[in-house]
Design a protein around this ligand. Structure first.
Ligand SMILES: Cc1ncc(COP(=O)(O)O)c(C=O)c1O
Length: 570
């Protein structure tokens, strides 16, 4: 009989064995990929949480690396794996995929819970359909080898039903910012509970309104925005983007044809990875990262290789770590500056060192600079495109944050620097831009107005500004909690505090954040959701107003005090 308890036990065995081996989830993913069983860190995290069952084709390699039998991983067997064959038979016959909130047994009727997923695979299923193995599926197979255990014959109209699976491409994709925690929070809200949301960088719902001038210009241009536009975007907006970088000292000759408007930076990130990567190509991505970069890389068949940013060095990228991770398959390096989730602003010296590495190894640079205008303490941001003419630099930016119009989906990407060798790749970008026809046209009309003139973000981040005050409050309150330390963000509206493992020996940071949500109604995202390799950080979004932020910090205080007591580390 399958149960959540069994599923959890499988997940715990995996996490325990990995830790015992002294491997991070990232290192385990790398070892498996090297051994020919390609898997992402996100997929391992999902297995360790029991969100997904361990994929059967990866099981032998996983067991080998962890030095245990497949049976132990699946069922906790202490003997050799006695049932590989019957397990295979059953796998071909039917699979049950456990999910977060629901699962079904052999005799279970199909529930209406969308989260409960029954996968039926018949003998005619192709082998490309990887199966998800749960320990109880195996147990059933051992006890009743001839039983066809998992067919759901109980549809409303009496017809047999085969549920539709998500594609295999998504197996190594993980995007926890809108993951299980948010789903739980939404349920709690639907039940009438009030949730303090410190989880998403979406300024408008926190009362950080868009500049009136932008709304007016978009509204005025609505009659012109009814049809498709050029696939790269309207001319005036692209020209304004160009002028923006030229005014900041853009080095190379760039033309409007080098600017692509997109449905936010998000679409352009996915588009870039699709145009750039063949299966197995590698991309260097910061750790912690904004997880869309990792997800888009994996979705495109590539491998996200994370380079470390050093907390002790105010979260600056570790250049030696970057160098050590370059292989013949590395195609490019992602730089997120100012950074989400750490709030770090990188020094020109570090940026130049990254450029040097890119020149030496013929890498392209993908510079995500969406927070370039959200700066504190009179800090100045240097666009990477202004520092080099010798590397292909793709600069990403948009109006979701600086002009608080995330819903308009107004973003852009500009190509600069060395382009002669990249005509084929650029052709790929053009193809993909054409295939989606164009980005949201009303949103494109916000760009020209936003690029120049008065920048209201400056007011919000200046000493008297709301964001400045919220940053001060969040950081000082967090640092006052015993065992919590947090660097001061210089840009964006996030911070990434550390939980001292000696005070908070957290094993699963998602679970820890879930407890916080359930006990204190505060929603935040765990550090591993940003591909951080240890369960000892979390991200705070300090967009809520002072009252809500103060309230959230009181709750955090209380929660962490309770945890210290539980851990006996007071
Ligand atoms: C670093 C970073 N890049 C890109 C994005 C996506 O922005 P957009 O709204 O333009 O798609 C975000 C959103 O939070 C972000 O933090």
């Amino acid at each position: 009989m399958n149960s959540d308890k069994d599923k959890q036990a499988q997940a715990e065995r995996l996490a325990h064995l990995r830790r015992k081996k002294g491997l991070t989830a990232e290192q385990l993913a790398q070892a498996m990929t090297k051994a020919g069983a390609k898997v992402s860190r996100g997929a391992i995290s999902n297995w360790e949480r029991g969100t997904n069952g361990i994929v059967s084709s990866k099981l032998p390699t996983l067991a080998r690396i962890l030095g245990c039998s497949e049976g132990y991983l699946l069922r906790g067997d202490l003997n050799v794996d006695i049932n590989n064959n019957s397990a295979k038979t059953v796998r071909n016959r039917a699979t049950l995929k456990n999910n977060k909130k629901g699962y079904m047994t052999t005799n279970a009727t199909h529930t209406s819970d969308q989260d409960a997923t029954l996968e039926v695979a018949t003998d005619t299923h192709t082998s490309s359909n990887e199966t998800v193995v749960t320990q109880n599926e195996h147990s059933e197979a051992i006890v009743h080898p001839d039983k066809q255990p998992l067919l759901d014959r109980t549809t409303m109209d009496g017809k047999p039903m085969t549920l539709l699976k998500k594609s295999d491409k998504l197996k190594s994709v993980c995007y926890d910012i809108r993951g299980p925690l948010l789903k739980t929070a939404n349920k709690m809200e639907a039940e009438g509970q009030r949730i303090l949301k410190l989880n998403i960088g979406n300024p408008a719902p926190f009362g950080l309104h868009a500049p009136h001038e932008i709304l007016r210009d978009v509204a005025m241009n609505l009659p012109n925005a009814i049809g498709y536009s050029d696939s790269q975007g309207i001319f005036a907006a692209r020209k304004a983007v160009l002028h923006y970088y030229q005014s900041k000292g853009l080095r190379s000759a760039v033309d409007v044809s080098d600017v692509y408007l997109g449905n936010g930076v998000s679409e352009l990130i996915v588009m870039t990875m699709q145009a750039l990567l063949n299966d197995g190509d590698e991309v260097l991505i910061p750790m912690p990262d904004y997880p869309l970069w990792t997800a888009a890389t994996n979705l495109a068949g590539g491998t996200a290789v994370h380079y470390r940013c050093n907390e002790e060095d105010n979260w600056q990228p570790d250049i030696e770590d970057i160098k050590s991770k370059i292989t013949s398959k590395t195609k490019g390096i992602v730089v997120i500056n100012p950074n989400n989730p750490t709030g770090a602003l990188y020094s020109d010296d570090i940026l130049k060192q990254i450029i040097e590495v890119a020149i030496q190894h013929d890498l392209i640079i993908m510079a995500d600079e969406i927070y370039d205008r959200v700066l504190y303490d009179d800090m100045v941001h240097t666009p990477m495109s202004t520092l080099t003419n010798d590397v292909l630099v793709l600069s990403y930016n948009g109006l979701s944050k600086s002009h608080r119009i995330a819903g308009f989906r107004a973003g852009w990407m500009m190509l600069s620097g060395r382009k002669q060798h990249a005509t084929d790749f650029i052709e790929g970008l053009d193809m993909l831009a054409s295939m989606r026809l164009c980005s949201n046209v009303p949103g494109q009309y916000a760009i020209q107005t936003a690029m120049g003139g008065y920048q209201s973000m400056k007011e919000l981040t200046s000493e008297k500004g709301r964001l400045f005050k919220q940053r001060e409050l969040a950081i000082s309150r967090l640092n006052a909690i015993p065992g919590i330390s947090c660097t001061m963000p210089q840009g964006a509206f996030y911070c990434f505090p550390k939980m001292d493992p000696a005070v908070y020996p957290v094993k699963d940071d998602m679970e820890f954040m879930m407890e916080l949500l359930l006990e204190e109604n505060v929603l935040m995202v765990q550090g591993t959701g940003f591909n951080w390799d240890a369960p000892d950080h979390f991200r705070v979004v300090f967009l809520p107003n002072m009252d809500d932020l103060e309230d959230a910090m009181d709750r955090l205080d209380r929660f962490f005090a309770k945890k210290r007591q539980q851990y006996g580390t007071n």
